[in-house]
Design a binder for this molecule. Structure first.
Ligand code: AMP
Ligand code: TRP
Length: 404
C-alpha cells in the first residue's frame, strides 16, 4: 500500500469541516452548491448559491474517458471541481467518479493502450487529490448495469434527438468532408458513437445522481439524460432521479495554439498542457501560446481569444473569476512577462500532481485493488436501481451474487 501524501495545495486539501449543503432550483448549478469549509484555505469566489437546505443528500457523479493523460481543460473543467466538491461536501453527500472506458471504445482503441490508460487514469484521479475513503472511484466496464440500463434507455431515446447532438454532428461533418476517394468515411460512423449519450445517461441515472460536475461541452448530453429520466418516470413510475448539471467555473479551456477551439486530447501537440508535464514543458508551451499583436493585456474573449484564454488560466488556477481585474493587474506587462505570470500560476496550481501521478501509476497491484473495491461498491448501488427499473417494466432482474 502506498503511503498517504501530505498535499501541498490548499484546493486539494482534504479534511475540512464543512457547513450544511445548499441547493438551487435551476437545473444548472453554476457555482458550488456547498457552503465554505471552515478549516482550510478559501477560494476567493463565493461558494454558496442559496440558503435553502436540501431535502435529500446530494449524489455527485461524473466521468472521464481513459483516452490519454488528462490536460488542463480536463483539470479545470472537471477534475479540480471534483476534488473541490469532495473537500466541501458534507458527509451525507455521496461522490462517485468513473473512468468511462465503454465510452472510450466508441473511437478505435488498441487493447494494450486502453488497458494502460485505464490504469493511468485511475492513478491521475488519485494524484489530483480524490480520496477512496470519501469517493467511489471505479471503472465503468466493471459494472455491467451501465450497459444494461443503456439498452433500456435506448428504447426511450428518440433518434432525432440523438442526431442533434453536437458531438455526433461534428463526426458526421468530418465524414462528409472526406473525399469521394475515401469511401471509408461514413462507415467509420458507428452505432456506439450515435448512442454515446444514452450510455452517459445510464451512468448518471444508475446512482440516483443529483449533481453532475462537467465542462460546458457536456451540457447537451446532460439535457438528454434529464429528458430520458423524465420520460421513464412518466411511463413506468417515479424511479429515476432527474440530475442537475454543475458547470465548472472554467467552462471551456481553449487550445494554446488555436484559442478559438477548446483544448482537447486530440489537438495538436503544443495545444495542450498535460497534467504530467514538467515545469519546463509547461513554461515552454505557454510561451509558445498564440496571442495577438495588440499592445498591452486586456480581457475580451471575442477580440483577443488567445490573451483572454491565458487571463482565464490565471483566474481559474487561483480561484478567481474577476478576469477583467486580472487583465488590468497585468496591463503594464509585456507579452513575455505576462506569459511568465500565466506559467507561474499554472505551475503553482498543478504543483505535486505530476510527482504523485508518477509515484502511483507504476503500482499496478495497488491500482487494481482500488478499482476492485470501487467496482464492488458501484455494482451494489447500480444493481439496486437497475432491479427497480427492470421490475417496473415487467422484466427479469439480475440475480443477487451468491455470498459463498
Ligand atoms: P473527456 O476527456 O472528454 O472524458 O472529458 C472529461 C471532462 O473534462 C468532461 O467533464 C469535459 O467537459 C471536461 N473537459 C474536456 N475538455 C475541456 C476543456 N477544454 N475545457 C473545459 N472542460 C473540459
Ligand atoms: N462524455 C463525457 C466526456 O466526454 C464523459 C462521461 C461519460 C461522463 N459518462 C459520464 C461525464 C457521466 C459525466 C457523467 O467528457
Amino acid at each position: 500500500m502506498l503511503p498517504v501524501r501530505i498535499c501541498s495545495n490548499a484546493s486539494r486539501h482534504v479534511g475540512c469541516k464543512v457547513a450544511p449543503l445548499t441547493r438551487r432550483a435551476l437545473p444548472i448549478a453554476s457555482k458550488y452548491p456547498f457552503q465554505k469549509p471552515t478549516s482550510c484555505d478559501q477560494p476567493k469566489r463565493s461558494l454558496s448559491t442559496s440558503t435553502t437546505p436540501p431535502t435529500h443528500p446530494e449524489v455527485i457523479f461524473s466521468g472521464i474517458q481513459p483516452t490519454g493523460v488528462p490536460h488542463l481543460g480536463n483539470y479545470l473543467g472537471a477534475l479540480k471541481q471534483w476534488v473541490d466538491l469532495q473537500n466541501l461536501a458534507p458527509p451525507s453527500t455521496e461522490l462517485l467518479y468513473c473512468v468511462v472506458d465503454l465510452h472510450a471504445i466508441t473511437q478505435p482503441q488498441d487493447p494494450n493502450d486502453l488497458r494502460r490508460r485505464r490504469q493511468d487514469t485511475m492513478a491521475m484521479l488519485l494524484a489530483v487529490g480524490l480520496k477512496t475513503e470519501r469517493c467511489v472511484i471505479f471503472e465503468q466496464s466493471r459494472v455491467a448495469a451501465h450497459s444494461q440500463l443503456m439498452w433500456v434507455l435506448s428504447t426511450l431515446a428518440p433518434t432525432n434527438l440523438l442526431a442533434r447532438q453536437t458531438q455526433w454532428k461534428s463526426k458526421l461533418a468530418e465524414s462528409e468532408d472526406r473525399s469521394p476517394l475515401d469511401p471509408d468515411g461514413s462507415s467509420k460512423l458507428k452505432l456506439g458513437l450515435f448512442s454515446y449519450p444514452v450510455l452517459q445517461a445510464a451512468d448518471i441515472l444508475l446512482y440516483g445522481t443529483t449533481l453532475v460536475p462537467v465542462g460546458e461541452d457536456q451540457v447537451q448530453h446532460l439535457e438528454l439524460a434529464r429528458s430520458l429520466a423524465g420520460k421513464f418516470n412518466r411511463t413506468f413510475g417515479k424511479i429515476l432521479v432527474v440530475p442537475k448539471v454543475k458547470l465548472a467555473p472554467a467552462k471551456r479551456v481553449m487550445s494554446l495554439t488555436n484559442p478559438t477551439s477548446k483544448m482537447s486530447k486530440s489537438g495538436a501537440v503544443n495545444s495542450q498542457i498535460n497534467l504530467d508535464h514538467s515545469e519546463s514543458e509547461i513554461r515552454l508551451r505557454i510561451r509558445g501560446a498564440l496571442t495577438d499583436s495588440i499592445p498591452g493585456i486586456s480581457y475580451d474573449r471575442e477580440a483577443r481569444p488567445g490573451v483572454s484564454n491565458l487571463v482565464e488560466m490565471i483566474g481559474n488556477m487561483t480561484n478567481r473569476d474577476d478576469f477583467e481585474v486580472i487583465a488590468r493587474e497585468c496591463e503594464g506587462l509585456g507579452m513575455k512577462e505576462f506569459k511568465d505570470r500565466v506559467a507561474d500560476s499554472v505551475v503553482e496550481g498543478l504543483k505535486g500532481i505530476k510527482e504523485e501521478y508518477e509515484r502511483i501509476k507504476g503500482d499496478a497491484g495497488y491500482l487494481e485493488e482500488i478499482s476492485r473495491i470501487g467496482a464492488e461498491k458501484a455494482n451494489r448501488k447500480a444493481n439496486e436501481t437497475l432491479g427497480k427499473v427492470m421490475e417496473a417494466m415487467g422484466m427479469g432482474v439480475n440475480p443477487a451474487p451468491s455470498s459463498s
